[in-house]
Design a protein around this ligand. Structure first.
Ligand SMILES: [Zn+2]
Length: 428
């Protein structure tokens, strides 16, 4: 496999054995990523798991976690994946982290066959991806790696070989490493004793690119559960039929992080006072975007920003809570058309917009760095180039054009494509 490179980004991996870690010191030493031991087997969770994840995240490292595999059957592997996925929920799920979850499969104390090793590995990886929605990567040792067949080469390899000069060996499943754990005896400021040292095959930008989530604006609230949409609804506390001025979103845990959906300037970051435009909203962070709309994050347990501060999209602005009049821990997110008077509050629905559509439009019109622009067009208006084909297929009832809003299923689409192909064949 390939050698180490000077500009490759550096990281560490830790477990309870590193004790209490000063993550700011680790970051200051240019360790940009960390994999943190989460679980092992079907029941064990590392006692420092949550503290390590929170510490590394708050110091600004890119964070992933790993699970030490003990299973010798597919059923046991699935049970281990479930235990790992469940533990990940404590920190907001695998999607809350920048780096993927890891299967640490490195020994074979019960002497199962190579075939069985691959069955166990695939059962764990498939189940873990199903439960977390994130494709895992594989950690293993230089010699144990030879057990894995080429059916696993689609997973990134994180390999251990403690040497600066001897590169990891080529394997049936891999000819390159994605991450190389090149030492188990590293010294890093902020950590007492030895720590494992790792190198990613590329720069920090490359690392972000490889695992960074594409901003998919088809669901601006990815990672949140929407518990109450915008519009008319029965109020959860009063029971009255009332207009809901925003959307209610829930993250886990109850005091989970709230990040800005849109960049802008903080205009309010405290308990909402009655008559201010934020009465009953609890602790409110309000952010004015570049179009003059006000983004309201309500019922927080704490605000993490100050008035006047500029925040970036995705920046941590506070913690979820249930302050004000609230039916439990959630984020009430509302987008107001104006910022004053009364922070743009209106008694009617006139002053607010539907937040999901606002975000989709916002990023469609002004793509920010790293975003894919989203363009939305009215599919009920047939494009010029397709007019005659549309007229023909609707006349033949391949499409039912009388159901505005109805989605075409993949099966319906397949029938159409298949018929079109035959039509083209006949025309020669
Ligand atoms: Zn609400």
């Amino acid at each position: 496999m390939q050698a180490r490179k000077d500009n490759n980004v550096q990281g560490i991996d830790v477990s309870r054995y590193q004790g209490k870690i000063d993550w700011l010191a680790v970051k200051a030493d240019k360790r940009e990523f960390a994999f943190i031991k989460a679980t092992e087997g079907q029941t064990y969770t590392d006692p420092n798991f949550v503290a390590n994840v929170k510490g590394a995240l708050s110091a600004g490292l890119m964070v992933g976690t790993y699970h030490f595999l003990r299973a010798t059957s597919a059923a046991a592997a699935k049970a281990e994946a479930a235990h790992y996925a469940k533990s990940l929920e404590e920190i907001g799920g695998a999607k809350a982290l920048q780096l993927p979850p890891v299967m640490d499969y490195e020994n074979n104390p019960n002497g199962i066959s190579k075939t069985q090793i691959n069955i166990v590995a695939k059962a764990f990886l498939t189940e873990l991806e199903r439960l977390t929605g994130v494709k895992p990567i594989i950690y293993t040792g230089n010699s144990f790696a030879s057990n894995f067949d080429s059916g696993l080469s689609g997973y990134d390899l994180w390999i251990a070989r403690y040497s600066n000069t001897k590169v990891p060996d080529d394997q049936p499943a891999w000819k390159t490493w994605t991450i190389w754990q090149y030492s188990d005896a590293g010294k890093v400021p902020g950590i007492v004793g030895n720590v494992d040292l790792n190198e990613f095959n590329g720069s920090l930008t490359d690392l972000k690119k490889r695992y960074g989530k594409e901003q998919d604006m088809s669901n601006p609230f990815d990672g949140y559960k929407i518990t109450s949409p915008f519009g008319m609804r029965k109020h959860p506390v009063s029971g009255a039929n009332k207009f809901h001025r925003g959307v209610d979103l829930v993250v886990t845990p109850a005091d989970g992080p709230i990040n800005a959906f849109v960049a802008g300037e903080v205009t309010h970051a405290q308990m909402g006072v009655s008559g201010s435009g934020f009465g009953n909203y609890g602790i409110v962070v309000a952010i004015k975007d570049d179009k003059g709309y006000l983004h309201v994050y309500a019922h927080l347990s704490a605000a993490g920003v100050k008035v006047g501060q500029q925040v970036k999209r995705g920046q941590l602005i506070g913690k979820q809570g249930s302050t004000g009049i609230s039916s439990g821990a959630h984020l009430h997110y509302e987008v107001r058309k104006a910022c004053s008077p009364q922070f743009g509050y209106t008694a009617t629905e006139a002053g607010v917009v539907e937040p999901t559509q606002y975000l989709i439009n916002y990023y469609g019109q002004t793509p920010v760095k790293g975003d894919k622009p989203v363009t939305v067009r009215d599919i009920n208006v047939v494009s010029k180039w397709a007019e005659s084909a549309w007229a023909e297929v609707t006349a033949k009832e391949f499409f039912d054009g009388s159901r505005p809003g109805a989605s075409v299923t993949r099966e319906e689409m397949a029938v159409v494509v298949s018929r079109l192909l035959k039509y083209v064949d006949q025309k020669g």
